[in-house]
Write a protein that binds this ligand. Structure first.
Ligand code: MG
Length: 401
């Protein structure tokens, strides 16, 4: 596994040399209150991901806050993943800054896994100007564990035949994929560190958690059977959300945000030849999320139709209370059939016209940037930050921030 060092913070330090050597914290926009990631200088002061900014400032008054630049991180990530693929074709992009690499096919060409690991790290540096940590082992879980040791710039090799011994005294919850809940289940049965696992019959885990339980039993013994996954799975949903100025009560402003998200959701569906019938339209208010699920007559990807659903939702669910965030999610995206309503020739013609219109809009925006061509109402759209999802992938339908 290759894992970038404090990825977002490192990109900031790469692009703004005055930040180098200083404690840097990255937040979602300058209004963000939660630290997404921070430099190793900040970590040395006890600051960590997820910490509130005011608390971090108390610990480290000289902390420099930077607004995240998700578009840049996405670009850099794509370049890094491409560079890895140049060395080894079998790469599973695990997150925006982590990848599993199967070296098997490259060993005849490049030699030992250790040599390949050096080549990978060099390729990443050449492509991005950034340093990374690498963990080499015989299975995914041990490799990921190894990559976390000796950070930053770690280079950790755990030969597969030593993996079991190596993990013996490691708490089971330190392994990727063993969450607190499973950790409690294991602790109740006397399994605290990986070495305890041999005493627990695999059947007990299988009975409670099915196949993932069986996998955990092997993981703890340095023999994770999970293969690499190269394809991005078909999406279960496609959504976009945006944080608003706190306590927004203007109907027009809220509608502008909803239209903006409608345009983004539909553009992303069209890019991947998907359409959807059911949408969740939600507003985050002081009292929590309000909103509704709405259905189109037939599946589509036209933001004007989606916007109509937003109008319904606002009418039904919103009583003028302050809104902090909007979110629109297509719940059942599926490959486009471009089904037409055969009893309604007028809508038939309209839909065809709509499809032609959006083909042109997409072509222009592809060339000149998102929202070059967009509904006029969006001229007033906010400059509030986009949010990069942890599940972001450089290929396929998730390539969007
Ligand atoms: Mg990382």
């Amino acid at each position: 596994m290759l894992d970038m060092n404090a990825f977002f913070a490192s990109v900031e330090m790469r692009d703004f040399p005055e930040l180098r050597g200083r404690p840097v914290a990255v937040t979602n926009g300058l209004d963000g209150t939660c630290i997404i990631t921070c430099s190793y200088e900040a970590r040395a002061a006890g600051i960590h991901t997820g910490m509130r900014l005011y608390e971090a400032r108390q610990r480290c008054p000289e902390l420099v806050q930077r607004a995240a630049r998700p578009e840049v991180y996405a670009q850099v990530s794509t370049r890094i993943m491409d560079a890895l693929t140049q060395v080894c074709p079998d790469v599973e992009v695990f997150s925006v800054d982590e990848a599993f690499i199967d070296m098997t096919a490259s060993q005849r060409l490049y030699g030992t896994p250790i040599r390949i690991a050096y080549l990978l790290r060099r390729a990443v540096y050449q492509a991005s100007g950034l340093l990374s940590s690498i963990g080499v082992s015989g299975d995914k879980t041990t490799a990921k564990f190894a990559a976390k040791q000796n950070k930053p710039n770690g280079f950790t090799v755990i030969p597969p035949w030593e993996a079991r011994q190596h993990l013996k005294h490691v708490p089971v919850t330190a392994l990727c994929g063993i969450a607190q809940g499973i950790g409690r289940f294991l602790a109740e049965r006397g399994v605290h560190v990986c070495g305890d696992m041999v005493r627990l019959p695999i059947g007990e885990l299988a009975k409670r958690f099915g196949n993932p339980g069986r996998r955990i039993w092997y993981m703890a013994q340095g023999a994770d059977p999970e293969p690499l996954h190269y394809e991005v799975a078909a999406p279960k949903s496609i959504g976009h959300g945006k944080v608003m100025p706190p306590d927004t009560r203007s109907r027009d402003v809220i509608l502008t945000y909803l239209l903006h998200m409608s345009v983004k959701v539909c553009a992303r569906m069209r890019r991947h030849d998907l359409e959807a019938m059911t949408y969740s339209i939600a507003l985050n208010t002081r009292d929590g999320w309000i909103g509704s699920k709405q259905r189109l007559g037939i599946a589509g990807d036209d933001p004007r139709e989606l916007y109509q659903l937003c109008l319904h939702t606002l009418e039904q669910c919103w009583q003028g209370q302050g809104v902090f965030q909007v979110q629109i999610t297509a719940l059942d995206p599926m490959p486009c059939k471009r089904q037409l309503d055969m009893f309604d020739t007028q809508s038939h013609a309209q839909r065809q016209k709509g499809q032609q219109l959006f083909q042109a809009v997409d072509a222009i925006n592809e060339r000149y940037g998102d929202l070059t061509l967009a509904p006029a109402l969006l001229l007033n759209r906010s400059k509030m930050p986009n949010v990069i999802a942890p599940s972001w992938k450089p290929k396929g339908h998730r390539q969007s921030v």
